[in-house]
Every structure is written in C-alpha cells, then in structure tokens.
Design a protein around this ligand. Structure first.
Ligand SMILES: [Cu+2]
Length: 118
C-alpha cells in the first residue's frame, strides 16, 4: 500500500512540474521598438517579417513608426525579431537593414531615399 501511495505522489508531482514548465514556456511579453517605413505595403511587410516562431502578434503603427510585438521570451529574443524585420529591408531601433534587402523594396517604399510617409 505504501508503494502504491508513493507512486501516486510521484505521478502527481511530475505532472505539476511539467505543467509549470509548460506554463513558463508559454509566458508572453509585450515589447515596442522603432521600425522605419512609409506606407501600407511596408506595414504588411514588417508585420509579416516579425511573425517568426515564438511571436504571437506584431502590429506596426505608421504614424509613430513603432512596432508592438507579443512574444514568448523562452522561444525567441527581441534581437532575433528585430533582425528578421531588418532582413525584410526595414531599419529597426537596434538593427540596420542589409543593403541587398533594402534594394529589393519597391520604389514607393524607399524610405532612405527621400520617400515620405504616404
Ligand atoms: Cu512601403
């Protein structure tokens, strides 16, 4: 009978622990950082680029040039998210878009070449 009880306690304990670990992995945080862009096409591009693994939501505001991201810190870092956005051709607060990626942007999105927000 004692062994039986020990097994039950162990099973419950292991269950609670793995439930906790799971909850930890799913914990989300919200961050904001600057992303440069000029139009609705940019919005779609930067939001899609930010939606990498571990990112739950990405919303870019053209007026404030600010990207709001809800993500799981256990799965992805702010640096990785900003790099993904920069990789799509848009400078972020801490990452510069590679020249090749910027050159691929349509003319209406060429924010570094005097194109204003429109
Ligand atoms: Cu654009």
């Amino acid at each position: 009978m004692k062994t039986y009880l020990k097994i039950i306690v162990t099973v419950v304990f292991v269950g609670v622990m793995s439930f906790n670990a799971n909850a930890q992995n799913k914990k989300v945080e919200t961050i904001e950082f600057k992303v440069t862009g000029v139009c609705g096409m940019c919005e779609e591009r930067v939001e899609n680029a930010a939606l990498i693994k571990g990112v739950k939501m990405a919303e870019w505001d053209i007026k404030t040039q600010t990207m709001k991201v809800v993500y799981q810190p256990k799965k992805v870092s702010q640096e990785e998210i900003e790099k993904a956005v920069a990789g799509a051709g848009h400078d972020t607060e801490n990452q510069t878009a590679p020249e090749e990626a910027y050159k691929k942007l349509p003319a209406c999105c060429a924010y570094k070449d005097g194109v204003e927000v429109h």
